[in-house]
Every structure is written in C-alpha cells, then in structure tokens.
Design a protein around this ligand. Sequence first.
Ligand code: UD1
Length: 422
Amino acid sequence: MTEEVLRIRGGRPLRGEISVQGAKNSALPLMASALVCRGETILTNVPQLTDVYAASRILNRLGCRCTAEGQTVRMMQNGLETSEIPDADMRAMRSSIMFLGPILGSTKQCILTMPGGCELGPRPIDLHLEAMRKMGVTIREEGGRILCRAERLTGAHIHLPIPSVGVTENIIMAAVCAEGETVVTNAACEPEITDLAQYLNQCGAEIAGAGTQTVTVQGGRPLTGTEYRVMPDRIAAMTYLCAGAAAGGAVCVSDAEPAHLKSCLSVLEQAGCRIGICGSRIFLDRSGGLRNIRYIRTMPYPGFPTDAQALIAAVMSTAKGTGVIEETIFESRFKYLGELMRMGADIRVTGRTAVIAGVPKLHGAVVTAPDLRGGAALAAAAVGAEGETVIRGLHHIDRGYEDFARVFNSLGANVERGSFSA
Ligand code: UD1
C-alpha cells in the first residue's frame, strides 16, 4: 500500500526566519464559541489544518454557516438547525468536545458521542459532563449517544479536581449563556483560555480572571459576533525552535508571543542555546554543543507544557550527558520514544519517566508519528540527524501544522512530502 509521508534529509544547520501560525488550540474553541454569538464572527490568523476543517464541518452541520478564505474564517449564527454532532464528526478530533458548552448555551440541549483524537491514554470527558451537570444539565447515555438537556442553564460554583484546559473553556462558553454568575476555581491558566475570554468579552460577555485560577462569568449578556485575531501558536513556535536546537544554526520565529514561552525558552537556554527576544520575534542561536537538561516535569501553564515534551526530548537526544523527563499530564505520551530510538537515541522509559542519555548524532530511519506532537518531534530530530528519515503517520502532523514542509524548507531544511510503499 502506498501512503503519503515526509522525507527529511537532515544534518545541515537551519538558518532563517519564519512567521509562526495562529494557535490551533485557540482557533478551535474560538470557532466553537461563535455558536453563542448572534450574527457574524470573523476570525483571522486561523491556521489551515485538518482539525480546523473538522470544526468547520461541525459548524456547518449544526446550521452555523462557516466559510474560510486563507487564514480568515467567517461564521454566521442565526439560530441552529440541530443540536446533535454526528459520531463521525465527534471521532474526527478530540476538540469536538469543545462544542458541548456552546451548543448547550445556544439551544439548552446537545447530543454527542465520545470524541476521538490523539491517543494519549484515556482521555475521558467525565469532568466536562460533571461541570455541565452543575449548571443544571441532565445527562443520560443511550446506545453510545450522550443526551444532554437543560430546562434552564444556571450559573454555578465549579471547583475542578484538575485544571483541565478544555473543561475550563467549555464552562466559560456555557456560562456566558447561563442565568447568573459562574465561578470556576482551580481553573486552567493557559493563554488559550485568556484568548477565548478576550474574544467573548469583545462580543459583550463579562468574564473576569481568565489566565488565573479563578474565573468568574456573569451570564446572560447578549453576545454579538465580532472580528478577532487568533493568538500565535506557542507549540508551533517551540517546534521550529527545537528543530533549530537539534540541527544547530540560527533561527528566528516571528509573530510569536514570547511571554507564552517562558518555561520553554528557559529550558532551551539551559540546553546551551542562546535566546534573544525582540518584540514578537524569538531568536535562537545554537553554534556550540548541547548540554542535557537534568530534569523536566510537564506541568499546567505556566509550567513546562506537555505539548512540548516530545519536542524537547528530540533536542535532549543529542545533548551531552543524561537528562530526565517526567510526564505528569497524559498517560501515554511517550509512544514516540521508540521511534526516536530507531534513529539511534539512547532512552530508557519507566512508567511516566524517560531517561535520555545523549548520543553524538542521530541517523535517518523509517519512523511513524504516533500522535501530533510526537510526529513533530520526530521531524525536529530528523532535520538534525544524518541521512534520510521517512516519517509515516503524516495525518497526525497535518492536524496541527500548517505548511510543515514549506516552513522547514524556508529555514534551509530539506523536507518534502512524498509517497512510500510499505
Ligand atoms: C488541551 C490541549 C492539548 C494539551 C492539553 C494539556 C486543546 C485543543 N488541546 O487538551 O493540546 O495537551 O490541553 O495542556 O486545547 N481529563 C479528565 N477528564 C476530563 C477532561 C480531562 O480526566 O473530562 C484529564 C485528561 O485525561 C488529562 C488532564 O485532564 O490527563 C488534562 O487534560 P486537559 O487539560 O483537559 O486537556 P485538553 O483540554 O483535552
């Protein structure tokens, strides 16, 4: 069988400047929240990705007309035709669960099934459902479908047992339509939540505290669509910086938000990279050898992001000395390590801890992206490796990166999409 793959001929330093795409993890909840705003929402800086196309499909099925032209997405909400998301759309991506809060907010009912997406271990939706229950929604399961309905959507005090990004966003999107005040404590503080709150406030909502552990929403304000620019993608920025660190050279990532990347940039500095910041541009210079990072632990924002865990492992693979990574957010986020080992990395894994002993060089191999960020990490490793790497499972990478090969090539890498016969 022939499949589309990435072919990467590595081993030469990267040099140049790229503009970072808009954030996938912000664009998706922003698109979903168009459902709670009357009239037209225009989002700019939306990356062209398969996850964005999936969100657009869901909106159109619901009766919210969604069209895209380049990085501009327009959505027109004049009342929904249905409150049900078909199973095939739910399975297309994990973020389909982001539609639960806004559909309930808009129509007081919602029918869906379990979402799909990257397999990072059990990614339940119990906390999403529990939060909606607290806001007056009754939920029952019937033949694999989850039926949610509320007579009245009411504000509530919701304490999250873990600071889930998606649950915080879903609560905010439902709460702007609920009667009265909602207070979320132990809320996630990720910048994408601040972006969502800023957008909704621009539409007329009253949300305070986004970006802190306590978010307060005064519900019931009339919301009207607006024009809004999606924030820069901090993980895509980190991807190209890590590729620069792995391959050596000098890379500039522009149109970024350096403040969102503090923990990532400090780790890259510890590894021996020189980092410079000028406005929205981040410069990385790696002319000498890399030093390994003694210990990294993934944590909710502002800690080191789980989404950058695989990327930093690619850098650590050829850094002098031994480093340790502990993954605390998702259970199965080490699948890519076996693929890095095919490229010559020396890694030992026990449970949620990986011990990486740096080797002088990685070499090309045929590897498979097990998930989105694992796939990006393999590409970052491959541009620094000697010889040709073939990356299979390209659909994972396409979920999150716009023009992946072109962006790499504008930094002087040799990356092309090609076919591969297994
Ligand atoms: C979002 C990001 C993802 C990132 C993650 C953590 C989007 C589209 N995706 O995912 O890229 O890796 O934040 O920064 O923004 N959990 C439950 N029950 C639930 C919901 C979550 O147990 O109902 C658990 C998860 O299994 C995980 C933890 O909570 O162990 C954190 O996940 P969460 O913050 O919800 O991640 P997502 O919002 O899915």
